[in-house]
Design a protein around this ligand. Sequence first.
Ligand code: ES4
Ligand code: ZN
Length: 326
Amino acid sequence: MSLADFIKALPKAELHMHIEGSLEPELMFALAARNKIALPFKSVEEVRAAYAFSNLQDFLDIYYQGAQVLLTEEDFQDLAMAYFRRLAAEGGVHAEIFFDPQTHTDRGLPFKVAIDGLLAGMDRARTELGITSKLILCYLRHLDEDAAFATLKAAEPWLDRIEGVGLDSSEVGHPPSKFARVFAASRERGLKLVAHAGEEGPPAYVYEALDLLKVDRIDHGNRSLEDAALTQRLVREGMTLTVCPLSNLKLCVVNDLKAHPLKRMLDLGLKATVNSDDPAYFGGYLADNYLQTAQALDLTRAEIVTLARNSFEGAFLSEAEKAGYI
Ligand code: ES4
Ligand code: ZN
């Protein structure tokens, strides 16, 4: 069996995917036309050509701009369904998806529009595609903690359908400590906690995510490897890292996939997983991330199976649900 077929046939969970980052240029144009919004691009090709980033902020500027075509519940449902169809086609069976409510409420959309649209898409994914999913609300870290508290308050009526909260957007200069109180409040409401840390930020930010935010998973975590004591602690605690190889390549966190730390992470005993982050912007969905990384790093099929097993072990599923997948 080819490596591509082996990866596709392997049941996989995706734990790090921003749904706004799955907006393909074709859908961006379709939604812009439907909503009568002018785009600063003439064609899909022109959009794709703009996707050359030299760091996280370069990408975020264009990602927030793209999200402006999302206006109605139907738009968010269509966005989610397009992602879940891609995931189903490549052997994904479960996804824990991020969304950025502040990107939408700050341009005047009611909180309800994004979340009800996404939840409708998630319900359809289960009945039409057999994919299970959970929703993680991310606080934007370039905004202040009061804005995050306002977002938590807006989410109150939906808390039974929100699995957890995360922390994303511009990392450097916005350490986890800035959000310690809103993470504590989120935890008191029974929410799971994750945070992007160590993507561009230093190991100190990973320590803060662990000690001040008390996260259940670290998103990215690459730069943890610069600190041996931190690495040992992550191994000892069995902390899941949601690693995103093609994202790391496109945002110049690594210069070449052959230099990606994923294999080193596995060799060290870290519970690493593979994820697509923002697949429409970074040139690949979940299986592409597995395949290109496996080829670049010469991963064995046993290592690929370990990555898929880690994705279920690190998921916010019950032990009984995990047992059904592993
Ligand atoms: C993101 Cl790659 C990445 N890092 C931080 N925040 C994000 N939001 C969407 N993609
Ligand atoms: Zn991310």
